[in-house]
Design a protein around this ligand. Structure first.
Ligand SMILES: Nc1ccn([C@@H]2O[C@H](COP(=O)(O)O)[C@@H](O)[C@H]2O)c(=O)n1
Ligand SMILES: [Zn+2]
Ligand SMILES: [Zn+2]
Length: 569
C-alpha cells in the first residue's frame, strides 16, 4: 500500500499554517497545476476580489512558480476543458471563442483536452480542432482517448492524440497520460464520443497497455472532462476498476472536471483525483513525492485565482518581481479584446444582488426567484405566431442555463454573458393543464442533469467557518479533510437548487389548456416527462415527440434580462 489513507494526515503539510493568511503548497517530486471549466473567464471577476487575477497573471504565475519554487522537481500543467459559454470574452465573438482560444493557448500546457462545451455547436468543435488540437505547440499534448473529429469529407480522426507517453524533464519519470470525456450524448455532427468503457475495450487500448506495462510507467495520469465524485453514473469508478486491474500497483493521478467543484478523492491508497472548480476561481495544485518508493505521499491545494495567492505561492515579493513580459502582454491583449467587443458597455444598473446558491429559492434575492417572478413573464412570442393562444402560460428553464450570480451595480454587455451565455430558443407545446402542471415536479425528481452542482458542495461535513475577520469564499471538504483551500475563508451559506424552475401566468383559471413554453435545451427531458406521466395517467391519447414542439420565439434569457434592467432605469 502506498499510503494508509486517513484524512488530513497524509498530506505533507503540517497543519500549522492557520495563523498565516495562506496554507503553503507542499512541493513534491512531481507537481501539477490544474485548470478546468474556465468558460471564457480569462479577464478576472470584477465583482469578487478573491478572483481578481487575469489569464496573463496565470501565465506569469506558472513562469515564476517554475523558476522560484519547483526548482529541481517536475511540474506538469493540465487543463480539462469547457472553455466556452460563460463570459463575453469567449462568447461575444462569432464563432464563439474566436479570440479567447488564442489567449487561452498562451499557457504552455503539458496536457490538455476538451469538455462538452467544445462539442455542443459545430463552429466550436471545428475551431477547437484547428486552433488547438492542430496547434504546433500542443502536438502530442492534446489528448483525447474517446472523442473523434469528423473531417469535412466525413472521415473520423482522433480529437488529438489517443494518449501521451513521455518522461518528465527533471526526474525522468515515465508518464502514460490518457484523457476521457464523460458519456456526453449531445455532440454535434463534427464529433463522435464513445463511452469510456466501450473505448477501453478497443484494440488500440489493448495494444497500448501491452506496449506500456506496469514496468514501463511510474505514474499513470488520467485527466479528462469527467467528474471525480460521481455517485449517479460512477464512470470514473468503473474506469478506475479496469485500470487498476491492468496496473495493480501503479500510482494513478486523475484530474476531473464538469461539475465545477473543488474536490479531491482517494480512489484507493495509490490513486487520487483532483478537480479544480470553475470560472478561473481556482488553480488546482497536487503533488506526489517519493514516487518510486513503496509509500508515495500526496498533497493538494486549491489556490484562489487572485494576485495575492499567486504572489505568495510563487515566492514573489512584489507585482514588479512577479509579472513576466509574456504575462503582461497576455493581459494587454485581454484588455484590448474587452474594448473591441464592447464588453464594458453599460446598459443599466442592477438594483441589488441576486444569487444562485447563497439565498433560498423562496428569497427575492435568489436569481431564479427573480427570473421566474419578474423577468420571464416579460417574454413575448413572435408576432406572426399568435394563433391558438391559451390563457395560461408556463415558462420553464433549466437552472443550469443560469451560470453566475447577478451583482448589484453596472449591468454591462459582459454581465449578460456571465448570467446566461446560451443561444437556446423558446419552444412550446399546448398541453392539458393536468399534464402541464406535473412536468416541473417530474423533472425535479430526476438526477441533477440540467443544473449545476453547488460550487462548494459539501460531501463530507467540515465545520462551518464563521470567523468574521475572514473573507467569504470556498471552505472545501474533500477526502483529505478541510484544509485544502490555500486561503482560509468564511463559509458561504448554500442552498440546493432544482433541475428546473418555472413561471406560471394565468388569466383564466378555468382554462383547460396551457401554453407550455420551455428553453430548447430541455426539450428531450420535457418530452420524456410528458410521455412518462401520460403513460401512467392516460390524460391524452398521444405520444409526444419533436413534431409536437413549435417555435415560440421571443428574446433569449440574456436579452430579456437586459431589457428588464433597462426598464428599471
Ligand atoms: N445550450 C446549452 C448548453 C448547456 N446548458 C447547461 O449547461 C450545463 C452543462 O454545463 P457544464 O459547464 O457543467 O458542462 C447543462 O447541463 C445545462 O444545464 C444549457 O442550459 N444550454
Ligand atoms: Zn463546465
Ligand atoms: Zn462540462
Amino acid at each position: 500500500a502506498v499510503l494508509p489513507f486517513s484524512p488530513d494526515q497524509n498530506i505533507l503539510s503540517t497543519e500549522s499554517h492557520e495563523e498565516s493568511s495562506f496554507r503553503d503548497l507542499q512541493i513534491g517530486q512531481l507537481n501539477f497545476l490544474h485548470t478546468t471549466d474556465t468558460h471564457g473567464w480569462l479577464g478576472s471577476h470584477s465583482n469578487q476580489d478573491n478572483y481578481n487575477a487575469k489569464w496573463g497573471d496565470l501565465v506569469s504565475f506558472v513562469e515564476r512558480f517554475r523558476e522560484n519554487v519547483v526548482g529541481e522537481n517536475d511540474l506538469l500543467l493540465i487543463d480539462t476543458g469547457d472553455k466556452h459559454d460563460g463570459n463575453g470574452l469567449s462568447d461575444a465573438t462569432v464563432p464563439n471563442g474566436l479570440n479567447s482560444t488564442q489567449i487561452f493557448n498562451e499557457l504552455d500546457y503539458d496536457l490538455l483536452t476538451l469538455g462538452n462545451h467544445e462539442l455542443y455547436v459545430e463552429d466550436n468543435t471545428v475551431l477547437e480542432y484547428y486552433e488547438t488540437v492542430l496547434n504546433e505547440k500542443f502536438q502530442g499534448k492534446y489528448v483525447s482517448s474517446n472523442v473523434e473529429f469528423v473531417n469535412d469529407d466525413g472521415s473520423l480522426v482522433p480529437f488529438g492524440s489517443k494518449y501521451r507517453y513521455f518522461k518528465t524533464e527533471k526526474y525522468g519519470l515515465r508518464i502514460l497520460a490518457l484523457s476521457f470525456l464523460f458519456d456526453f450524448r449531445r455532440f454535434n455532427k463534427r464529433a463522435q464520443v464513445t463511452p469510456v468503457l466501450q473505448e477501453i475495450e478497443k484494440k488500440w487500448f489493448q495494444e497500448l497497455t501491452e506496449t506500456y506495462s506496469m514496468e514501463d510507467i511510474d505514474v499513470l495520469v488520467v485527466f479528462g472532462h469527467m467528474p471525480i465524485s460521481d455517485t449517479e453514473n460512477r464512470e470514473i469508478n468503473q474506469l478506475h476498476a479496469k485500470l487498476r486491474h491492468i496496473y495493480p500497483n501503479t500510482v494513478i493521478q486523475y484530474f476531473g472536471a464538469h461539475t465545477h467543484i473543488r474536490d479531491f478523492v482517494a480512489l484507493d491508497n495509490k490513486a487520487y483525483a483532483l478537480q479544480s472548480g470553475r470560472f478561473c476561481e481556482t488553480v488546482g495544485f497536487a503533488s506526489i513525492d517519493d514516487i518510486t518508493k513503496e509509500s508515495p505521499l500526496v498533497s493538494r491545494t486549491y489556490i484562489d485565482f487572485n494576485l495575492n495567492s499567486f504572489l505568495h505561492h510563487s515566492h514573489s515579493n512584489s507585482i514588479k518581481e512577479f509579472e513576466t513580459d509574456r504575462g503582461t502582454e497576455v493581459n494587454e491583449r485581454i484588455h484590448e479584446l474587452r474594448k473591441e467587443l464592447n464588453l464594458t458597455t453599460k446598459f443599466g444598473n442592477v438594483p441589488s444582488s441576486f444569487y444562485m446558491y447563497n439565498k433560498p429559492l423562496s428569497s427575492p434575492h435568489n436569481i431564479y426567484n427573480f427570473l421566474t417572478k419578474r423577468v420571464l413573464p416579460t417574454l413575448k412570442r413572435d408576432s406572426d405566431n399568435t394563433a391558438d393562444v391559451a390563457s395560461t402560460r408556463i415558462i420553464m428553464i433549466n437552472t443550469g442555463a443560469i451560470r453566475y450570480d447577478l451583482y448589484e451595480g453596472p449591468f454591462t454587455s459582459d454581465t449578460e454573458y456571465t448570467i446566461s451565455p446560451f443561444s437556446n430558443t423558446w419552444n412550446y407545446i399546448q398541453l392539458p393543464m393536468a399534464l402541464a402542471m406535473q412536468v416541473e415536479s417530474y423533472l425535479n425528481g430526476m438526477e441533477p442533469i440540467m443544473t449545476l452542482n453547488l460550487p462548494g458542495e459539501q460531501r463530507r461535513q467540515c465545520p462551518l467557518i464563521e470567523d468574521k475577520t475572514l473573507s467569504r469564499g470556498y471552505t472545501t471538504s474533500d477526502d483529505l479533510g478541510c484544509k485544502g483551500d490555500d486561503t482560509p475563508h468564511r463559509s458561504e451559506r448554500q442552498y440546493r437548487i432544482p433541475n428546473v424552475v418555472q413561471s406560471i401566468e394565468s388569466t383564466n383559471n378555468a382554462d383547460e389548456l396551457v401554453d407550455f413554453v420551455y428553453c430548447s435545451f430541455i426539450q428531450p427531458f420535457v418530452l420524456e416527462a410528458l410521455n412518462d406521466l401520460n403513460e401512467d395517467q392516460n390524460i391524452v391519447d398521444h405520444t409526444f415527440d419533436d413534431k409536437d414542439c413549435k417555435i415560440y420565439g421571443g428574446l433569449s434569457i440574456k436579452d430579456l434580462l437586459r431589457e428588464y434592467i433597462i426598464s428599471l432605469n
